[in-house]
Structure formats: structure tokens, C-alpha cells
Design a binder for this molecule. Structure first.
Ligand SMILES: [Mg+2]
Length: 261
């Protein structure tokens, strides 16, 4: 018994300690991509690369055939022109998940910064006589605060006539068509592939990848893509577009998607 005492005591101590936390809190999953966006010089270089390429394409436009319509550039806003990583960082710090309420708290501040190179590129396009249309899935209730944000960043065509926000469908096709009624769209910019065509809408991972390959010549030409590792349609596809999954269910899907060797 005397020899058993230390062992029993040890067992009691071990049991009294709180259970070891082995699962990563769901909200901290996002800390890595948020830090990439906020700290990596590589992220900034990728943004400059995209806008430098867009600028080169812009210079090629006047060399083409005479146009019948006015020319326009269509661009997404979030993670294409505006950096919203602060909202994600705040959620992580508070241990909270994304919610539309938290998102609107952020956008109501009108303080998103511009992606590196975004403002200079759009100003140059405007100077060349192109119109800029901001097709965003921000809610129409966010127009006033977003407009203020765009104006403070000195973005061209920052007025409600050039802001086509979410009405009743997340698909941007109808809004692109609306612009095309009067303008020829010579370039589109986005971080989600649904910012460019309908071909990626609600499609599974394999189809999205095949479609990206099929139109590979468009990337860096008519379609300019900005990096977004924090969120997007790629993430929705990862979870089969299922909403309301628990953190454990999400983790299971992520694990199942990993390809080893
Ligand atoms: Mg976006």
C-alpha cells in the first residue's frame, strides 16, 4: 500500500487537471490566411503583380478595332479593391465566428484600406476614358457607408450609379448584363471566380478546377484575379456549399479534402 500511494496520488493529480485542449478553436483556423494578408510582403507583391498586369492590358486596348460602345471595367470590391482582413482579425481576437451583423458593424465604419496598387490602377483606367463599375455582393443597405469609403480612398466613379450591389441574387450575371447594355466590358477584376462568369457558380471543386483550366488564356488578360485565402467561393465549395455546419463537421470535410502522397 505504501508503494501504491504515490501512484494513486499521481492518478488523482492527473484527473484533477483540466482535459488537454486538443482541438483548434474554429475561429483560429482563419488566423493563418489573415496573417498572410496582413503581414506577408508576398501578398502585397501578388496584388501589385495583378494590377501591373491589368495596367499592361489596359495599354493594349486602344490598339484594337474601333469600338461602338463606351468601354468599362467591372470590378468586385471586397478583397479585390478593399482589404477587409481587419474584420476577420477582430473576429479572431474576440473568439467569434463570421456573422452578417459583425460584417455590417465593420463596413459601417467606412475604413477599409485599398489593396496595394488598386487605386492607382483604377485612376489610370479612368484617365484613359474608361468607366469603372463596382459590382459587389455587399448589401444595398451598405451602399452609403461603402460610398464614403470609396470616396475617401479617392477611387474613380465613386457614386451610386456605378455601384451595383446585392439585390436578390448573389449571381452577378444580371448586373454584368446591365452594364453591357451600354458598355463594352474590357476587363473584370475579382477574387472569386464568380466575379467573372456564371460557370463557377455553386459548382463542386472538380468542376471549378476544370473550368479554370478550360479558360486558362483569360487569366491575366480579360480576367484579373486577386488572391484571397481567407474566404470565398473556394471555401464554400470545400464545404459543399452547406451552411450551418458545426466546426467539427467542417474540420472533417477539410481533412477529407487533403491530398497526400
Ligand atoms: Mg470579393
Amino acid at each position: 500500500m505504501k508503494q501504491l500511494m504515490p501512484l494513486l496520488f499521481g492518478l488523482i493529480v492527473v484527473q484533477a487537471l483540466p482535459a488537454q485542449e486538443t482541438t483548434v478553436p474554429a475561429t483560429s483556423i482563419k488566423s493563418y490566411p489573415v496573417l498572410f494578408q496582413q503581414t506577408a510582403a508576398e501578398y502585397r507583391a501578388l496584388c501589385y503583380q495583378a494590377f501591373n498586369l491589368a495596367h499592361l492590358r489596359l495599354q493594349e486596348i486602344p490598339k484594337r478595332k474601333l469600338r461602338k460602345k463606351k468601354l468599362a471595367i467591372v470590378t468586385d470590391l471586397d478583397e479585390t479593391i478593399l482589404d477587409n482582413s481587419y474584420s476577420e482579425a477582430q473576429l479572431i481576437k474576440q473568439g467569434k465566428e463570421y456573422s452578417s451583423q459583425a460584417w455590417k458593424q465593420w463596413t459601417s465604419r467606412s475604413v477599409a484600406t485599398a489593396l496595394p496598387g488598386a487605386v492607382a490602377f483604377l485612376q489610370a483606367a479612368k484617365q484613359k476614358g474608361l468607366s469603372i463599375f463596382y459590382i459587389s455582393n455587399r448589401d444595398t443597405s451598405e451602399i452609403t457607408s461603402t460610398l464614403l469609403n470609396l470616396q475617401q480612398l479617392q477611387l474613380p466613379d465613386a457614386d451610386t450609379a456605378h455601384m451595383l450591389f446585392l439585390l436578390n441574387t448573389s449571381s452577378k450575371e444580371a448586373r454584368r448584363q446591365k452594364v453591357m447594355a451600354e458598355y463594352e466590358i474590357v476587363m473584370l477584376l475579382g477574387d472569386n471566380l464568380t466575379d467573372f462568369t456564371t460557370a463557377f457558380e455553386k459548382k463542386p471543386i472538380d468542376i471549378r478546377r476544370e473550368e479554370a483550366d478550360r479558360i486558362k488564356d483569360e487569366w491575366g488578360r480579360k480576367f484579373i484575379v486577386l488572391p484571397n485565402a481567407i474566404y470565398g467561393e473556394w471555401e464554400n465549395a470545400l464545404y459543399d456549399y452547406e451552411r450551418n455546419l458545426t466546426p467539427a463537421q467542417k474540420e472533417a470535410k477539410r481533412q477529407a479534402r487533403l491530398t497526400g502522397y
